[in-house]
Design a protein around this ligand. Sequence first.
Ligand SMILES: C[S@@+](CC[C@H](N)C(=O)[O-])C[C@H]1O[C@@H](n2cnc3c(N)ncnc32)[C@H](O)[C@@H]1O
Length: 163
Amino acid sequence: MAKAFPNSEFVGYDFHPGSIEQARAHAAEHGVTANTRFEVAAAKEYPGKDFDLVAFFDCLHDMGDPAGAAAHVRQSLKPDGAWMIVEPMAGDRLEDNLNPVGRIYYAGSTVFCVPTSLSQEVGAALGAQAGEAKLREVIGAGGFRSVRRAAETPFNMILEARP
Ligand SMILES: C[S@@+](CC[C@H](N)C(=O)[O-])C[C@H]1O[C@@H](n2cnc3c(N)ncnc32)[C@H](O)[C@@H]1O
């Protein structure tokens, strides 16, 4: 994104310091330090206002309080800003996900995503196969009135939420 939109500024947040160090090294390796910066911050506490776009890559379901995170995103956006949520592809019912991709995600989710969420406040534990209906519920709880599935691949769904 930083290469495609050189006149835009990008800031990346994660609450895991090691990931932020890696992101900084990656940005340097790819020559995009001029319009990027990376900082340690939790999803409900990152600073900044009036963002045009906030993007959550494969992390909303890992958060303890995804509805609280949604509310924080909502107040950090411009009135006409957008929130892009990239999440693993999943159906809403367990039986929809009993396929090779779903089986891998459920296994990974059990050892990574669910414990990460349970270790945080609220402990919503959406898991990596949350499904669009559940995701829409937490996004809506954060104050977003419009949600659409903007794109999808066999592995991911990309939702666009707007105030
Ligand atoms: C599956 S990883 C995705 C990492 C990265 N966004 C990517 O796409 O490669 C989930 C990330 O969510 C982060 N995370 C979980 N809960 C968080 C929270 N409450 N605030 C900030 N980051 C959080 C974890 O530290 C982890 O890096």
